[in-house]
Design a protein around this ligand. Structure first.
Ligand code: NDP
Length: 338
């Protein structure tokens, strides 16, 4: 049972050498009386929040990984053997599993059964129809209080969360601009994902001027995936009664060069509502999210871009790549297709 383990707790930007391949014990059966089931992992997800679990810090909403144990993360797998009546051999599941070929799963609190559907790749349950897609859905509808015709700005716009935020905003009748870190991503935003405009923030010497160019009348909604300098520039360009959904601060995850925020004062005169949120607080909305996004996807009104790397051994580099923008779309690792 090949596994990817965390070598040691880290500081700063994650490196490939912070993780290691290991051969673990392969369970062939779910032990009788254990209530567990054995899963063959097919797809594993690389998500920025996992960086937070690589620190020796217990005060967060989620505990740290255990060094020399397989990394935990969202995955899609197939049940091979089961001592749990709710999960039968042949069932497909999506939820928290391990970075290993086979996982014995005891805790089903963050796991659900999924129905294979010829029209939807199984791996989409890690992105479009999984945690990142749900984050986009609750972040946009619950936190941003969008209205038709409003001006929406999304950062890390071509990523797992951002690409859906932009498309939901377009379906809602908003004007949407995204920022991303390469020309290829900007091209995808404009020509595949339906954003009205997009720009490469790395090519803009003055982010405030860039936002003024794309939002001459200001921003009603900023969906913030990155924090740092882009948030600082967005604050200057918010309209009165604007909303900022603080989804994540990937630019600060590594704490290597944290950039200060200078323009927070704008929230007072502009009466900006700025709210952080965790998708896990809204799980009662998961069924309505699945229905809404599946329907729009099947009708061709939503598309989704994945970045698929093959093989468990590609996991560490794929994960590390999130923090330099190497991924183009939702980063997934494929271990096996069935
Ligand atoms: P992405 O697929 O967007 O991948 C991360 C992207 O972040 C990279 O591709 C890169 O895109 C961008 N990035 C990396 N470093 C920087 C930097 N220094 N400055 C600016 N951009 C950077 O990730 P997700 O869509 O999965 O996650 C997006 C955000 O949402 C993250 O902050 C994540 O933590 C957060 N999140 C929050 C949740 C919640 O419940 N609140 C749940 C899930 C995710 P580019 O090339 O464009 O720079």
């Amino acid at each position: 049972n090949r596994q990817v383990v965390l070598e040691r707790y880290i500081e700063g930007v994650p490196k490939v050498t912070d993780m290691a391949m290991k051969i673990g014990k392969k369970e062939l059966k779910a032990p009788k009386g254990s209530g567990a089931f054995l899963v063959k992992n097919l797809y594993l997800s690389c998500d920025p929040y996992m960086r937070g679990r690589m620190r020796d810090f217990h005060g967060s909403y989620i505990p740290p990984f255990v060094p020399s144990q397989p990394i935990e993360g969202f995955g899609v797998g197939k049940v091979l053997d089961s001592d749990n009546p709710d999960f039968k051999p042949g069932d497909f599941i999506s939820g928290i599993t391990g970075w290993e070929e086979y996982s014995l799963i005891h805790n089903t609190s963050q796991l659900r059964k999924i129905q294979p559907d010829d029209a939807i790749p199984l791996s989409y349950h890690l992105g479009l129809l999984g945690m990142p897609g749900f984050t986009a859905y609750v972040g946009f509808y619950e936190i941003c209080s969008p209205k038709k015709g409003e001006y929406v700005f999304v950062s890390a716009a071509s990523g797992a969360v951002g690409q859906l935020v932009g498309q939901l905003a377009k379906l809602h009748g908003c004007y949407v601009v995204g920022s991303a870190g390469s020309r290829q991503k900007v091209d995808l935003l404009k020509n595949k994902l339906g954003f009205d405009e997009a720009f490469n923030y790395k090519e803009e010497a003055d982010l405030d001027a860039a936002l003024k160019r794309y939002f001459p009348e200001g921003i009603d909604i900023y969906f913030d995936n990155v924090g740092g300098e882009i948030l600082d520039a967005a604050l200057l360009n918010m309209r009165i009664h604007g909303r900022i959904a603080v989804c994540g601060m990937v630019s600060l995850h590594s704490f290597s060069d944290p950039k200060g925020i200078h323009n927070l004062y704008c929230v007072v005169p502009k009466r900006i509502k700025m709210q952080g949120f965790l998708q896990s607080d809204y799980l009662d909305k998961f069924p309505e999210f699945l229905e809404h996004v599946t329907k729009n996807f099947k009708e061709g009104k939503i598309v989704y871009i994945e970045d698929m790397n093959d093989g468990l051994e590609s996991g560490p580099a794929a994960f590390v790549g999130l923090f330099s923008g190497q991924n183009i779309g939702k980063q997934v690792i494929c271990l096996a297709r069935d």
